[in-house]
Design a protein around this ligand. Structure first.
Ligand code: NDP
Ligand code: 13P
Length: 324
């Protein structure tokens, strides 16, 4: 019996827990853990959540706020990237024996580290993995076909996780390039905000294609400098997730961009990973001497330092150069 715990009962954690408990690939038991005791008691009773309207939790899925549930064999960490460090510090003891799998997309603003480095620092005996790629929680929860990538430096552990976490409709690919997988997922959110702002500001689909492509060049430059393999960025976590989130109103990052472009407000309670990650990526780029003009424009927009016309002018006034 393999015990899988999903930590974080938001949209993504709930969708993953539902997918895994609806069609257990092996002899395993799935538990969804959330920090909000009253909310988890309500979820256990109603089997419904406002984060995924229309979904009913399968009977096989256990729902709890008891942190003892985190002492499982495999724990999927589906809390936002900026909350991960605090979550790991708080629950280190429960997670000590678990195989942790990050399910978040971002770079920690304080340490400038990705999720797997945070996990390795907090849980030194673990071999961290990350599950990432192009899939909206709502699509996974509805059982639509999706593909993600499971990254783990240890190929044997990675192969085991790939098998354990795949379902007949959730197809996992595998890579040992943990850095590339986590940076692809983190950085695409920044470019999705840029693309949303472009459309929201009425700049047109041609401009969005240019931003998406030049933003992707920026993603690759930074990721490779940090040790990623280019092929990983060309895959599901990177190009695949960028195409999804930079073109769909299903993406919260894209919707924040739309709001910025239109000069509208945006609910600060919504998880939008690209806002903090833009600042973190810019800091990393500065440290490594890598030009990141699109990321700088997004950071300026999000922080209110730049208007959309000003951000556009900065991008267009850059010296003409070779396309690399
Ligand atoms: N939604 C999607 O389509 C996808 C999301 N992801 C990634 O998944 C991650 C989570 O996003 P998502 O589930 O959508 O976000 P949500 O906003 O839907 O949920 C976030 C969850 O994290 C919980 N949480 C926040 N801080 C902590 C903490 N310190 N300790 C414990 N729990 C905490 C929240 O609890 P509370 O409700 O109590 O605040 C909430 O349940 C993000 O990195 C996102 O990029 C990846 C692929 C798809
Ligand atoms: O990462 C996602 C899909 O792959 C979800 O994107 P948002 O966080 O922008 O909603």
């Amino acid at each position: 019996m393999t015990r899988i715990a999903v930590a974080g009962a938001g949209a993504f954690g709930t969708a993953l827990a539902v997918a895994l408990s609806g069609s257990p690939p092996e002899d395993c038991r799935v538990t969804l853990w959330g920090r909000d005791r009253a909310g988890m008691a309500r979820l256990a009773a109603t089997r419904e959540t406002a984060r995924l309207p229309g979904l009913r939790l399968p009977p096989a899925l256990t729902v709890t706020a008891d942190p003892e549930a985190l002492a499982a064999d495999v724990v999927l960490l589906a809390v936002p990237a900026q909350a991960l460090r605090g979550f790991l510090a708080e629950h280190r003891a429960h997670l000590a024996q678990a195989m942790p799998v990050a399910c978040c997309k971002g770079i920690d603003l304080t340490t400038l580290e990705g999720p797997t480095r945070l996990m390795a620092a907090a849980l030194p005996r673990s071999r961290p993995a990350i599950l990432t790629g192009p899939a909206f929680a709502a699509d996974i929860a509805r059982g639509l076909p999706t593909a993600l990538v499971l990254a783990c430096a240890d190929e044997t552990l990675g192969t085991g996780l790939q098998r354990l976490l795949s379902t007949p409709v959730l197809r996992l690919y595998r890579t040992a390039d943990v850095v590339g997988a986590e940076l692809g997922g983190a950085l695409k959110n920044v470019i999705a905000i840029a693309c949303g702002a472009c459309i929201g500001g009425g700049l047109g689909e041609s401009a969005r294609a240019a931003l998406l492509t030049r933003g992707f060049a920026e993603m690759r430059r930074l990721a490779i400098a940090l040790g990623a393999e280019e092929t990983t960025l060309m895959g599901l976590s990177g190009l695949g997730d960028l195409v999804l989130t930079a073109t769909s109103e299903g993406s919260r990052n894209y919707r924040l961009g739309l709001a910025l472009g239109r000069g509208e407000g945006f609910d600060p309670g919504v998880t939008v990973e690209g806002a903090a990650t833009a600042r973190a990526a810019l800091a990393l780029g500065g440290r490594l001497g890598i030009a990141m003009p699109v990321t700088a424009a997004v950071a300026g927009l999000v922080e209110g330092r730049l208007t959309l016309p000003e951000a556009l002018r900065v991008l267009l006034d850059r010296p003409l150069r070779a396309e690399i």
